[in-house]
Design a protein around this ligand. Structure first.
Ligand SMILES: *[C@@H]1O[C@H](CO)[C@@H](O)[C@H](O)[C@H]1NC(C)=O
Ligand SMILES: *[C@@H]1O[C@H](CO)[C@@H](O)[C@H](O)[C@H]1NC(C)=O
Ligand SMILES: *[C@@H]1O[C@H](CO)[C@@H](O)[C@H](O)[C@H]1NC(C)=O
Ligand SMILES: *[C@@H]1O[C@H](CO)[C@@H](O)[C@H](O)[C@H]1NC(C)=O
Ligand SMILES: *[C@@H]1O[C@H](CO)[C@@H](O)[C@H](O)[C@H]1NC(C)=O
Ligand SMILES: *[C@@H]1O[C@H](CO)[C@@H](O)[C@H](O)[C@H]1NC(C)=O
Ligand SMILES: *[C@@H]1O[C@H](CO)[C@@H](O)[C@H](O)[C@H]1NC(C)=O
Length: 540
């Protein structure tokens, strides 16, 4: 943040150039990282956070896949002898000459099965995928930067894919956009606690307009159980895709049977059931899973005109399985992808895609678990974590803290469920450390047990970031700061902690499921709102 402020002292033109270069560095590094090529020094990036990313010119807009285009060529040119700027200069040209609108706009032969020209090959090997997420990212994008990236994306018309033909819904969306931007000032509200939101007036207006306006069309195509069978996925750690599907498909308010009236098109599949039904054990190949989803888009494209109108831009899905990001590249990249595995360092596009909360549901009859916890004065443990040693972060965390002499640090390997819940209810801060992937059910658990989340998962995009001011009620500790974890937590004044705790309780309603008829501002509505919000603000 200091770095961002620092840029103000540079001249305008200078600033632009510096930022442009930094953006290219980021894009380039992310590209390299993605392809797991030789890691390069990030020395030029200071402490690894890149403030310039968000301020960038029109590089990162549109189809973020652009960041993946360079690497194959990169290997030959990027040797230690070459200065970063030199390499960047040669890529600048390529980046600038690739329109983000390229996908689906070219020859008229861009049905779903065609490959995005800039798209990386989908990694079929499960092994490779895991390896790539078991390493620390080379570039870390802070929450502040993610917030700014959303604002930037939502204010840049170059990010919108102009529909092939106009429809009434475009006018309605533009109208909603204007109304939200000109929202009447709301300083206080009986049900919404203002400090939780970036801007209460905006959120409230956007939510109301969603209730009044939004219509979703659900394609009835797609075979059970992978499609349209939410009952099969109402429990476990991937259950949020099932709960969303169930509530969406039975919504009275939001569904329309007339697709010409729809602002959004829902693709009702379960990434978890897809994996359960089609993955061949030990095959290390997801090829057939990817094909299954591709075939579905082919069907939708040939049977209906709606995908073609926006190239899928107004289509969305929810998917919680770890593999979902990799399975939904290609044509699905144009959709609003609501993913649990929301990793801005891989290919999650903030401002377009939506972070889906991961919720661990033990029994479908009681989806929110044994919600509650001690009041601040009865929370005697400073920090708590327990879990399997998945990924690279947790071993580091345990190395530093499991045998710490500080009695208020309760950092464990796996413990039993009962103790786990007890610790969550008795601790001030609950550590949500990255596992194999950036997401963890601990984020929602912490909130529901009244424990302030401490997120140690670089590049994780927390849910509802479009509207929630996460830094006001959670602590984000960069992975490299694990040795300073206790110092960081005890430096938070008690008064501030008490306020954060209060905010965690106030935000709980956004992280609760309700069976039958969903309740205003609950998890179902908040997911749908983030999809709606990104749809509205990418309409110009
Ligand atoms: C990097 O971080 C350290 C402490 O974490 C700080 O002292 C130093 O000033 C930072 N350097 C830059 C370039 O931001
Ligand atoms: C540096 O990059 C240029 C292309 O920009 C390439 O022609 C040259 O071979 C590279 N030099 C080294 C030492 O890799
Ligand atoms: C990027 O922006 C510059 C000016 O800011 C413009 O000249 C250029 O055409 C834009 N490129 C694309 C691909 O939109
Ligand atoms: C689209 O491409 C495929 C093969 O790439 C070809 O068989 C087909 O004829 C093309 N269709 C059109 C309409 O150009
Ligand atoms: C959007 O793209 C156009 C050309 O395609 C360019 O002139 C304009 O500067 C871009 N806008 C922004 C905000 O980058
Ligand atoms: C929130 O948004 C409204 C409407 O755009 C604006 O008038 C107000 O100044 C914003 N408030 C804050 C705190 O940014
Ligand atoms: C959508 O576009 C594709 C490719 O241009 C075409 O093959 C398909 O028939 C179109 N769908 C409809 C319903 O017109």
């Amino acid at each position: 943040m200091d770095q961002i402020r620092g840029f103000r002292f540079l001249g305008q033109a200078e600033t632009c150039r510096v930022l442009l270069l930094m953006t290219l560095v980021v894009a380039f590094i992310l590209g390299l990282q993605y392809f797991e090529l030789t890691p390069i020094s990030t020395g030029t990036l200071g402490n690894g956070t890149v403030s310039g990313f968000i301020e960038s010119n029109n590089i990162t807009k549109g189809d973020e896949n652009e960041m993946f285009l360079a690497p194959q060529e990169a290997t030959s040119e990027f040797r230690p002898g070459n200065s970063t700027t030199e390499v960047l200069k040669s890529y600048e040209h390529k980046f600038l000459n690739n329109s983000p609108k390229a996908y689906g706009q070219s020859s008229g032969n861009e049905s779903a099965s065609s490959h995005h020209p800039l798209q990386p090959k989908i990694p079929h090997s499960n092994k490779k995928h895991e390896r790539s997420t078991k390493k620390p990212p080379l570039v870390v994008i802070s929450i502040t930067q993610m917030n700014q990236m959303i604002v930037k994306r939502h204010s840049d018309p170059n990010n919108s894919l102009t529909p092939r033909w106009e429809s009434n819904v475009d006018r309605e969306l533009k109208d909603a956009r204007n109304k939200i931007k000109n929202a009447a000032l709301v300083k206080k509200d009986n049900t919404l606690y203002a400090p939780l939101y970036h801007n209460l007036s905006i959120f409230k207006r956007s939510y109301e307009l969603m209730e009044q306006t939004l219509k979703v069309y659900v394609y009835s195509d797609g075979d059970k159980p992978i499609f349209h069978q939410p009952e099969a996925i109402m429990e476990g750690v991937y259950a949020s895709e099932g709960w969303f599907m169930k509530l969406m498909e039975s919504s009275h308010r939001f569904l329309t049977k007339d697709p010409t009236k729809a602002h959004l098109f829902y693709l009702a599949f379960s990434s978890r059931i897809l994996q359960q039904k089609l993955y061949v054990r030990d095959s290390h190949s997801r090829r057939n899973l990817v094909k299954y989803l591709r075939d579905y888009i082919d069907l939708i494209v040939s049977r209906y005109p709606f995908w073609n109108r926006t190239r899928g831009f107004d289509h969305f899905f929810t998917a919680c399985h770890d593999w979902a990001p990799a399975e939904t590249r290609g044509p699905y990249m144009n959709c609003i992808r609501s993913l649990c595995n929301a990793d801005v360092g891989v290919d999650f596009v903030v401002g377009k895609d939506v972070s889906l909360p991961e919720t661990k549901i033990s029994t479908a009859q009681n989806p929110n678990g044994n919600i509650g916890g001690n009041r601040p004065s009865k929370r005697t443990i400073l920090a708590f974590f327990a879990g399997n040693m998945h990924g690279y972060v947790r071993p580091i965390l345990l190395n530093h803290w499991s045998s710490s002499s500080e009695p208020d640090m309760k950092i464990f390997n796996r413990i039993n469920h009962k103790s786990y819940i007890r610790f969550m209810k008795q601790s001030r801060f609950c550590v949500c450390a990255k596992g194999y992937e950036v997401n963890s059910p601990r984020v929602v658990e912490s909130v529901l047990y009244g424990c302030v989340p401490v997120i140690i998962s670089d590049n994780f995009v927390p849910p509802f970031l479009e509207v929630l001011d996460w830094e006001s009620f959670a602590v984000f500790v960069p992975e490299k700061e694990i040795p300073n974890l206790r110092k960081i937590l005890i430096s938070i004044p008690l008064r501030r902690y008490v306020e954060m705790h209060k905010r965690v309780l106030k935000v709980q309603k956004h992280f609760m499921w309700h069976d039958g008829e969903p309740v205003r501002y609950d998890m179902f509505h908040m997911i749908l709102h983030s999809v709606w919000y990104n749809r509205v603000f990418q309409t110009f």
